[in-house]
Design a protein around this ligand. Sequence first.
Ligand SMILES: *Cc1c(COP(=O)(O)O)cnc(C)c1O
Length: 733
Amino acid sequence: MEIAETSPSTMQAAPSLDTTPVNENNFDFVRKLPENIAWLNEISANFYWCWRPEGVALFRDLDPELWDKCEQNPRLMLKRISGLRLWQRSADQAYVARVERFYSEFCDYTAAASDLTTPPAIAYFCAEYGVHNSLPNYSGGLGILAGDHLKSASDLNVPLMAIGLLYRYGYFRQQISHEGWQKESYNDIFESELALTPVLDAAGERVMVSVKIRGREVFAQAWRARVGRISLYLLDTNLGRNSEVDRLITGHLYGGDTETRIVQEKVLGMGGVRLLRKLGVDPAVYHLNEGHAAFSTLELSREFLESHPDGTFADAAEAVREKCVFTTHTPVAAGNDVFPTATLSECFSSEFIGSLKLTQNEFLALGRADLSDNSEGFGMSPLAIRMCRSANGVSEKHGEVSRQLWLKMFPDLADAGAVPITSVTNGVHAPTWIAPVFQDLYDSRIGPDWQTIVRDPAGWAAAAERLSDSDIWTAHRTLKSLLIAFIRERTKTKDTGSKDTINEHEDTRQLFSPDILTIGFARRVAAYKRWDLLFTDLERLLRMVDDAERPVQFVFAGKAHPQDNTAKTILQKLMSINHDSNWQRRAVFIEDYDQEIARYLVHGVDVWMNVPRRPMEASGTSGMKAAMNGALNFSVLDGWWIEGFNEINGFAIGGLDADDNDDVMDAADAEALYRTLENEIIPTYYGTGDSGLPAEWIARMRNSIATLTPQFSSDRMVADYLSNIYNLAERSA
Ligand SMILES: *Cc1c(COP(=O)(O)O)cnc(C)c1O
């Protein structure tokens, strides 16, 4: 089938500011721009701009204030920007030349895209994608990892396409009340303001798939986002032809009850496979990134049996396994989706189960880790492990933990070492996460091809030696000042004078100093992340914060899951630390953690702290982002940091051994945390020599940039998936 699209470059009439959702087959949103900068429309339709500093700058420089008001959404900005601004830029020859240059670079880049209708191609499935804030379709680490996977696949020109869901309300937005309690709200999205186009067939009709849910055919339309050379297809049930409740299937990300979760995952897994067929794509590899998409293996089995009427389910499973690979992201059983069998049974008709040539019991057994335990719920990870030829964790340690966790699925194996689960350590997309200031520095000191050099660890390490102490320190100081300005701006609305919570201040201009050692801590608020470890001995902590000569300041950010009251209480405790000390102007909590905030933080802090309870951090990725910007990681040895830490490029909290008793472990880690701060981090940071620069600190920063950037870039990760997991060469026949 031929897939046409609405062309974003056709110049339509200026849109009205009406923000009602677009009607089906009415997708007329393109702003009429002055002709010499009209390429901006096309540039905004592909997320490529968001990982090129010049792409970001082009939109920001159109109208910097509006850019932040529109939360860095170029589509929204082009809709709202005044005619006067547009014509001012149109009359600015230097600006026009920049648009032309970037557009030409963009065209060269996208022209080389792989042809996905020619196998072997990879279909990547994930429940969330964090490509950029302007597509609010992610909650945290998993989504951002998936976004980074697509960006690196694009840069490396891997023949990959991605499938997900379009959440009408996305993930919640966070505010903290005067009582320190988290409040949630949801924004509606308007497709016309997002860089999405409806997928149309040759006749110009929207491409639809349907999945049977609650006895009804539920329809989903497909939207396409372009991530450089990669297409990301998002399914959306918010259609007039669906019933009100079915329209909400793709309503909230991780918001609904168990049944909603199951039906969401049916749309993702089964609907996703059906969409590929409508697109005329028959991938050689299906990559299920986390268990959410594991129902795709059932749809593939059903397809197999439809075309092999004499086959058995075992035959189908064998064929499906050949095509599917699975990545698990959770190190604990509770983190995996496990559905009550009664609810699951209600969501799959006996007709569907019959089409798989399975009995009800055989069907339910597909989701059991222990086949002898009939009381077990239906787990998406056991289903995926059973139906995929390969399963992997996301760090070496997590691979080991996963082999242990799923040993019970392999009763014939003597020990966990033999469980067929490998690992590919996560990475982050360097051009997305390295500050433009550092990218400029690399352009001038290393060369404009630094992005290629960084794929070679030895070459990169040698190149990093060309960065002088003052290069690194000047870039870092600039970014730190930027972070402080951002903190003051963001907390201004909380300038209440009450000082009741740590983000209420008398005068935000008193907040933070660029001369003080700054420690960042931002992540999901969940018990195992141990947000409260830092406060084990408050007096000892405040002695450091208040020190006259060598003080410390802290910046925090993170969301608690709306239904997790334990986490919300942890957050409230942090917010309520109210002390007659410098705490109130040296500690701040930034609300509504997202990618934009993460960028300011990982660019500007001196130290990035992470204290999960071992071995609960499957990998962790924010520390990789910080490391690439020269921040020193200060983390317990878990997940990626076990592989990254070399004693120079950061600091470890505690050792590799874990104690089974949480209290013992917490006390030991708190002691190690304070001791390392007092004896190592603070003295080194403030240890300036004759040059006036902290030479040892800067040497560690250089080492962090040199050693960790290549090892934890998503280019390395995607290359590992290609050579160790996808194995396309064997599948091109
Ligand atoms: C990178 C990132 C995460 C994941 O960080 P972890 O270290 O894995 O917890 C979560 N949220 C945002 C906004 C991020 O940028």
